[in-house]
Design a protein around this ligand. Structure first.
Ligand code: P6P
Length: 336
């Protein structure tokens, strides 16, 4: 059977469910940028790109050289094509304006250019997370600067979301709102090839992911829930659970998409003014869209993440996502 590349899949989608041509083009451009990032990441020490800059991003996190490089790759790949009204990134304080010499388009691209970058120097999988929104109808016609408010749309408004994972294989996981597809990079072809045609998150699981070192800072419902997981067969859940924590959201979510599990990054007492660590617009929303499209669930402990109305570009959120049975249980404990 001939191999279905990402390009062929997108063209067939365009025919079958009217995926607009400029959305197809956008996904192709992002995928090409991810190939370039994969190449840079895989060079490691040979590429002179490991280690940190002496700069911090808007999150107050030290920027890795590859964070900045990946951000630049995505901006340069996407700014000229005429499919975007603007971009926003974990690595930039403000929305990125499409230079005046280029045409604007109908979409907004929001991304974490290199998630999990603290893992780069120790050669652990990292990834790129992206989310596509439509620009509110007046925004791409006007000539003046695109304001942050154009991006502040709930996750239910996403028209596409995906991530690339730079691991033993480089893969692109994508949803256009019609299920989740997985593409593996064939480095000889230079193309992403469809290898996972219909991805489903198992409803139940015996595997959880959380950074246990934060336990003393968690709220009571999380302490109760994780305590029950750790109690295993003799506890109220009546089965033994395994634990994984890669500290790279892309890698942890990819495992859950592949074999189930629950991923948790709850709010904690270290910074009580923050609702969580992970960012809503370019980590939680795209990953929640993907997980839901694969039959899983995603909440902040109280409500569906995709329903949250963003108030600022870099706002944070607590995350419980993955196998529906466990996400519903963890969320229920917050309501009891
Ligand atoms: P911690 C990576 O920095 C990240 O944003 C996510 O990819 C990951 O899940 C989380 O932070 C890890 O956080 O506190 O365990 O290092």
């Amino acid at each position: 059977m001939s191999r279905v590349t990402l390009s062929r899949y997108l063209i067939e989608q365009t025919r079958s469910n009217n995926t607009p041509a400029d959305l197809r083009f956008l996904i192709e451009v992002v995928a090409r940028a991810c190939k370039e990032i994969s190449h840079a990441v895989s060079k490691g020490a040979l590429g002179g790109v490991l280690g940190s800059m002496d700069t911090e991003n808007v999150q107050g996190e030290v920027q890795k050289k590859l964070d900045v490089l990946s951000n630049e790759i995505l901006l340069e790949a996407n700014e000229w094509g005429g499919h975007l009204a603007g971009m926003a990134s974990e690595e930039m304080d403000n929305a990125y304006q499409i230079p005046g010499k280029y045409p604007k388009g109908a979409y907004l691209l929001v991304f974490d250019p290199l998630d999990g970058s603290s893992n780069i120097d120790v050669n652990v999988s990292v990834g790129t997370i992206f989310s596509v929104l439509r620009c509110p109808n007046e925004c791409f016609s006007q000539n003046d600067a695109l304001g942050e408010e154009a991006f502040l749309q709930p996750g239910t408004r996403q028209v596409a979301a995906g991530y690339a994972i730079y691991g033993p294989q480089t893969m692109l996981m994508l949803t256009l709102g019609d299920g989740v597809k997985g593409f593996t990079l064939d480095r000889e072809l230079g193309s992403f090839v469809l290898t996972h045609d219909s991805i489903r998150v198992p409803e139940s699981t015996a595997e959880f992911a959380i950074n246990m070192s934060n336990e003393r800072h968690w709220e009571a419902p999380v302490k109760r829930y994780v305590g029950e997981l750790l109690a295993g067969k003799e506890g109220p859940l009546g089965k033994n659970y395994n634990m994984r924590w890669i500290a790279s959201m892309v890698a942890d979510v990819h495992r859950i998409l592949t074999r189930g599990g629950i991923f948790m990054y709850p709010r904690d007492g270290r910074e009580p003014e923050k609702p969580g660590k992970l960012r809503l617009m370019y980590e939680a929303n795209p990953m929640s869209f993907i997980i839901e499209q694969a039959g899983g669930a995603a909440t902040n402990g109280h409500q569906r993440i995709l329903d949250i109305q963003p108030e600022s570009l870099h706002q944070r959120v607590a995350v419980f996502l993955g196998s529906k049975e466990e996400v519903e249980r963890a969320t229920r404990y917050h309501q009891e």
